[in-house]
Design a binder for this molecule. Structure first.
Ligand SMILES: [Mn+2]
Length: 266
């Protein structure tokens, strides 16, 4: 279950359009799929309004619940909406998640979205920070890391993409079932990030701030890295009932709720 936003939960909705210009937006784990039209509608509504005037939109993985190849034309409404945001001048950057790592160059060309490596180091308001999907941090889940190495192998991907769409759909459905069964056997601790792995990535990339998704445990964690303060921000997953955006504005990070149109502000 998605948890309510914690920590800096002050909605940025009180800020005017002009104050929002230049914002940098971070989202992840929407898990869009044809089985959830209300969720797609929520995202399309948000995409058509909020990123307008924003400097950049970062999608840190699992935008789609599955992606079996850029030749799957079942998501053209979402692609068109992304293309509009990019065409209007907001830099759109997308990182692969563990569900949509087959998003490729053709998708990028159609949408104007830039594909990011995982991890990606960026500088925002003068501060270097690291962006990840988050699955690389879950090193306690050894079987998953083994699975990840296999499916990220270029030869394995090439072989998969040569299959017919129908066959790929069937294989993907099988994977999802297996993954659901495996997750049911795993403890919550095993599926969360490993604290040492987090520090290792931050140290290696010379950052004191990390933003990631994947675990569906939105929170702002203060850390100590080599004796000095550091921060790990976990993005929220979305559902048809609502989502959340992490907004970088004026040197601050704000968690901004996303509600279905007509749901009424609280
Ligand atoms: Mn994920």
């Amino acid at each position: 279950m998605p948890q309510p936003p914690s920590a800096a939960a002050a909605p940025a909705s009180g800020r005017t359009g002009a104050q929002r210009a230049g914002d940098t937006l971070f989202i992840s784990d929407l898990h869009l799929s044809p089985q959830q039209p209300d969720l797609t509608a929520l995202f399309l509504h948000w995409l058509g309004t909020r990123p307008r005037g924003a400097a950049a939109l970062y999608i840190l993985g699992d935008l789609f619940d599955t992606w079996i190849g850029d030749d799957d034309d079942g998501y053209r409404d979402i692609e068109a909406a992304l293309a509009e945001v990019a065409a209007a001048g907001t830099r759109c950057q997308l990182m692969h998640g563990n569900r949509d790592f087959l998003l490729g160059r053709r998708f990028a060309r159609r949408t104007g979205v830039t594909l990011l490596r995982d991890p990606a180091r960026i500088t925002l308001a003068g501060e270097p920070m690291l962006l990840m999907h988050g699955d690389l941090l879950c090193t306690d889940d050894v079987p998953y890391q083994r699975f990840r190495r296999r499916v990220r192998n270029p030869l394995v991907q090439w072989l998969f993409l040569r299959q017919s769409l129908r066959r790929r759909r069937r294989i993907a459905a099988n994977y999802r079932q297996q993954s659901a069964r495996a997750m049911a056997d795993k403890t919550a601790e095993i599926m969360d990030v490993n604290a040492d792995t987090v520090l290792r990535y931050m140290r290696r990339h010379g950052v004191r701030r990390l933003i990631h998704g994947h675990t569906h445990r939105p929170a702002d964690h203060p850390l100590r890295l080599d004796g000095a303060p550091a921060h790990r921000h976990v993005l929220a997953d979305w559902s048809a009932a609502g989502g959340e955006v992490l907004v970088a504005a004026g040197g601050e990070l704000i968690r901004e709720p996303v509600r279905p149109p007509g749901a009424g502000a609280s």
